[in-house]
Design a protein around this ligand. Structure first.
Ligand SMILES: [Zn+2]
Length: 350
């Protein structure tokens, strides 16, 4: 890995001083491996979701990950499309993610981390259109089943063990996590500051938000029994941990991690605590539990008049503790591709 990184840096320096061959190959694997995937592969270059008609990666070992705001991701592997959360139509108070729920035509499974509106508001419509299996905690699927979707497509999980879901090319283990509980004195102070300084939403925007809100739940059970982390294991052993809220690590997560040891990629929500000391502290807790090679943050974007949660202080805290962790944050829909054959677990025979 270091050798490739040095090669890359050397190439950049040569390019910068104008006497070398321009570095034109895509940096296709975030772990700085110049594997043959990615370069020249539209499936790893285009900012188009595969679920909306974009190309699959050419190489069947390639995992393509695209972030679509908040804790939404699209994962593509072999012939399968996995959606993590389903909140596409966020309304006019948010920056556009460049895709609407109605554009999503194909998906095999939708894993809902929890049932708040900003995680499940489009789960029913996207599920119904694609025929995907939609998975969530009881409080999530209770809400889902009040909407237009075939109950046969809905799978309820508790995350308390023994619920491994098998799909072609991968399996999913739901694990009971816990929703974030940011300190109220911090969140209230930031909310008050924003309210006093930012333009207020129009009545139309308030109505729009309320319509979206009805497709999620605010049941208090979301905090303690409605937030599910998903451990996704590909058929070659490559592991992804997904957690869509920045809560504390639970005993269920610790037990699941004790059996697998580590993951290749962690897709984790940044805590809503705003203060960098607090968000970094929680991110380190997640890192120590999941032990990923690559950390990809989520839930760090915000409405136009809100505050994005800064990722750089978190990246720095992670690297101060473990310089080998690669941190990656890209824009909406930009692909992050991995050669899943090239992962440390396989190289070490684990
Ligand atoms: Zn939430």
């Amino acid at each position: 890995m270091k050798k490739y990184f040095r090669f890359y840096v050397a190439g950049l320096i040569l390019f910068a001083i104008g006497c070398g061959v321009p570095v034109t190959r895509t940096l296709d694997d975030p772990r700085f491996s110049f594997a043959s995937i990615g370069a020249g592969d539209p499936g790893c270059e285009q900012p188009t979701l595969v679920s909306t008609g974009g190309p699959f990666p050419k190489n069947p070992n390639t995992l393509a990950i695209r972030w679509t705001g908040y804790a939404n991701f699209e994962l593509v592997y072999k012939t399968q499309i996995i959606l993590l959360d389903a909140h596409f139509d966020r309304g006019s108070m948010f920056p556009s993610i460049g895709v609407k729920a109605a554009d999503v035509k194909r998906a095999d499974v939708i894993l809902i981390g929890h049932g708040h509106l900003d995680h499940m508001s489009d789960a029913a419509s996207v599920g119904a259109r694609t025929g995907a299996l939609v998975v969530g905690a009881p409080v999530t699927t209770d809400k889902l089943l009040t909407q237009k979707i075939d109950p046969k497509q809905v799978r309820t999980v508790t995350g308390r063990g023994g619920e491994v879901l098998e799909f072609p090319g991968f399996k999913v283990e739901p694990i009971l996590g816990r929703h974030g509980e940011p300190p109220k004195n911090v969140t209230a102070a930031f909310a008050a500051a924003l309210k006093s300084t930012a333009p207020q939403p129009t009545p139309e925007q308030v109505a729009e938000r309320n319509e979206i809100r009805q497709r999620g739940t605010n049941d208090p059970r979301v905090i303690t029994e409605g937030t599910i982390a998903y451990l996704i294991t590909l058929d070659n052993g490559f592991r992804i941990m997904y957690r869509d809220s920045g809560g504390t690590v639970t005993d269920y997560e610790k037990a699941a991690m004790a059996s697998v040891g580590r993951v290749d990629v962690a897709l984790v929500a940044v805590s809503a605590s705003f203060l960098h000391t607090l968000t970094a502290q929680r991110a380190l807790e997640h890192m120590r539990a999941y032990k990923p090679d690559v950390y990809i943050p989520s839930h760090h974007d915000a409405p136009f008049n809100g505050l994005w949660r800064a990722t750089e202080p978190i990246f720095q805290a992670i690297k101060d503790e473990n310089p080998n962790v690669v941190t990656v944050s890209r824009g909406y829909r930009e692909p992050i591709c991995f050669d899943t054959e090239n992962n440390i677990q396989r190289r070490q025979g684990r």
